[in-house]
Design a binder for this molecule. Structure first.
Ligand code: TYD
Ligand code: MG
Length: 456
């Protein structure tokens, strides 16, 4: 092997680097993700993230002297996206959009291009996956475009850099980073070193010319190409597109944002003319809800700054085999087991020889503890085969001794429930004082799950 080159093994999932092959990655605990790559040693460092370059004079500046204006942001007018981005696209920022193949990343970014070019900004869409014809066909489904949007099918980064410098667009879309390659790196496109190196180059371009860059990254399960996780530390904003391909709803979640809050979500629906914003997700999530079935309750979870009402369903049936089965979709499995143990011990439900299936409707995933009480009520309702009143909204965190703890932003949750026509709220007693009397909706406070059981 030539001098200055060595082989290392990279985890294709998280980018963990190791001198030898390993079956399981110590970083992310995934199996069989290590792939050998040749790297050149002793070469250039990563590009600096700021404006200054190594050779130029770079003096410290007083923080108060630096000018930054909020109106440096470009609004896409796709409200769900603007909110997730923290109020629009920041000039010169780099946004990574990750998600499973086929979830709608290219569609969303083409729609962003349409909005930006419609407002007179010059946009360059670079695709390494689809031909110009394919993009045109998709664009025809989405709507009318003007000639401020330029397309380029290219995977060589040197050509891309030259084109960007020549065209000088205000925003660039790279679809996808896993298809891009740099001749200086000897490993194949999609490998960890290629993906990192390509992102580094794009970052230089973005910061140097003040261009906003969107990068698409596929999430892959088999580990043959590097996932977007290996880039998370390099970019400014990381958005993930979640949802089932079979379910029409798509959730855009921000997991890192240097210019806004994380955990903000945007909800979209995939239709035949592209992604359509869902302005009132609670209403959409509750559509088609059974009204007289046991095991169905509605909970309220705060996602970012917005309350979302969603239905939790539980089905508890007698175990046919020795070991009871527990399944949960959209809610943490261990949390469900914990809550069932609390029900068993503190409310006297004998769940030991019963199977339990817990499901969150609409393909959503929630992790907020405030949905605990909803899970508990759904399981108990199915177990007793008694219906919970359809006009009752439930929220509260459940502790190990069966106590119901107060949650944050209780007032927003009550307000959303009232807005959507619910008649009562079952909530933590601790939250009651601050809200009592402000709303017409009936508020029921409970301090432990035994008290809550009376409403089944
Ligand atoms: P796409 O954006 O190509 O996914 P990704 O870039 O994340 O791989 O989305 C592809 C899916 O979306 C595909 O299955 C077709 C569907 N789709 C619609 O249902 N309606 C539409 O208007 C468009 C453009 C795509
Ligand atoms: Mg695509």
């Amino acid at each position: 092997m030539a001098k200055g080159k060595k082989t290392v093994f990279f985890c294709q999932n998280c980018g963990y680097e190791s001198p030898k092959w390993m079956g399981q990655c110590p970083g992310c605990r995934q199996w069989n993700t290590f792939v050998e790559e040749i790297v050149t040693t002793g070469n250039k460092a990563l590009p600096s993230q700021g404006q200054g370059s190594a050779g130029a004079k770079n003096e410290p500046v007083a923080l108060t002297k630096i000018q930054a204006r909020e109106d440096d942001r470009i609004k896409t007018e796709i409200e769900e996206l603007d909110r997730v981005l923290g109020g629009g696209i920041v000039q010169g920022s780099m946004v990574l959009v990750g998600g499973d193949p086929g979830i709608g990343k290219s569609t969303l970014l083409l729609q962003v291009c349409r909005q930006l070019s419609g407002k007179g900004h010059k946009v360059l869409y670079i695709s390494g996956e689809e031909s110009l014809r394919q993009i045109k066909l998709r664009a025809e489904r989405i709507g009318k475009f003007n000639d401020q949007l330029l397309l380029l099918c290219e995977t060589n980064l040197e050509t891309i850099r030259n084109t960007i410098e020549k065209v000088k667009p205000e925003a660039v879309v790279i679809d996808s980073i896993q298809t891009m390659y740099n001749e200086q790196v000897s490993s194949a496109p999609g490998s960890v070193s290629q993906v990192r190196e390509s992102t580094g180059i794009l970052m230089q371009i973005a910061k140097g010319l003040g261009i906003s860059v969107f990068i698409v990254g596929h999430v892959t399960k088999d580990g043959s190409v590097a996932g977007p996780r290996v880039l998370e530390h390099m970019v400014d904003t990381v958005l993930y597109f979640e949802g089932d391909r079979q379910v029409a709803y798509r959730i855009l979640r921000s997991v890192k944002n240097r210019f806004g809050s994380t955990n903000e979500i945007g909800v979209f629906e995939m239709q035949d003319k592209g992604l359509v914003e869902v302005k009132n997700p609670s209403q959409a999530m509750l559509n088609g809800r059974p009204t007289d079935a046991s095991g169905s309750v509605v909970v309220c979870s705060i996602e970012g700054t917005r309350p979302i009402l969603i239905e939790i369903q539980a089905l508890v049936t007698k175990t046919n085999f020795g070991l009871p089965r527990r399944t949960s979709v959209g809610i943490d499995y261990n949390r469900v087991n914990l809550l069932m143990a609390v029900l068993e011990k503190r409310a006297g439900l004998h769940l030991g020889d019963w199977d339990a299936y817990v499901n969150l409707a609409g393909g959503m995933r929630l992790g907020e503890p405030a949905i605990d009480l909803g899970v508990v009520m759904a399981i108990a309702s199915s177990y007793k085969n008694k219906v919970v009143d359809e006009g009752l909204l439930i929220f509260g965190e459940v502790g190990l001794s069966g106590e119901i703890r107060g949650v944050s932003m209780a007032e927003q949750r009550v307000r959303e429930a009232e807005k959507l026509g619910f008649t009562a709220c079952l909530m933590p007693k601790a939250n009651l004082d601050s809200i009592q009397g402000k709303y017409r909706i009936r508020l029921i406070g409970a301090s432990n799950i035994k008290e809550a059981m009376e409403y089944i």
